[in-house]
Ligand binder design. Sequence first.
Ligand code: OKP
Ligand code: ZN
Length: 340
Amino acid sequence: MRIIHSPRHALHDGGMELHRGALVPCFEMPARVDHILAAVARAGWRVEPPREYPDAVLAGVHDADYLAFLRGAYAQWRAEGREGFMLPGAFPARGLRRDRVPTGLHARLGYYAFDAGSPIVAGTWQAAQAAAHCALTAADLVAAGERSAYALCRPPGHHAGRGMFGGYCFLNNAALAAQRLRDAGLARVAILDVDYHHGNGTQDIFWQRDDVPFVSIHGDPDTEYPFYLGHADERGAGAGDGCNHNFPLPRGTDWTRYAATLEQALERIAGHAPQALVVSLGVDIFEGDPISQFKLQAADFPRLGARIAALGLPTVLVQEGGYAVAEIGDNVAAVLAAFD
Ligand code: OKP
Ligand code: ZN
């Protein structure tokens, strides 16, 4: 298994998130990567750095004004005499204007965010850029003929839309990987998102497209984050009508139920006859996850990997969530081993 990782992920650290009314250290922390790297080493896989890419590549899935905001936000924060992490406190919800981008920094922070759980710190842009480069490198390896490659991305990406951040995500690493494979000439690239939380950003990016079908299994948004997207009746629009497939499942879902839904999800993917697959690999479906409510056991992750690998598609695996820090490495490695 080819593993792509950058130590620059650690530059994104020190922020707090608003969690059920209290400011707490982010569950999405650098130590997650240390545990994944340890498990990768135990498995005997070598770790490679990402290649460098111009920022123009990011514009393949993100709006130019959003990228400019992310790139410059923290420097402007400092220029205004502030320190520490940035969190928004107001959002353009219904009844408020979203047709113009405000000029003030805090106004723009809320304009581009959709939650108060995704702090921006001094190194956030550099870390997000490095994570995106990991995903792009993994995509380039698979485009060049590798059977699979794993991008150890941090911060994660699947909640980041064309022009919004949230859910710990700033740049949509999986979407960038899929777009990269498309640009390399593959006609259809499917995305399977198995993270506990619906990949609202990925759905947003490919909603009107038929070349990147999106299939997601996740906690029911009626009660689970990100709450306002991810229902089964969301099928895509325009050319993308019928290319978006959501499988919301209730709290407490165990492997037996999950596996039955996974079969349906894999059938949908096969139905689109893609040339390659991108997996948004969140292992927060583990029963011990502190912010999620499914009940998969450690022994279920090799099964998950085996079922996905059995599609037989060239596959880019992109790290998303997983907050049971002590177990995240073994759970990720168990999935990856199925592709080795
Ligand atoms: C990211 B990924 C607001 C934030 C609530 C956000 C969870 C993000 C999960 N307090 N928590 O999909 O694993
Ligand atoms: Zn998640």
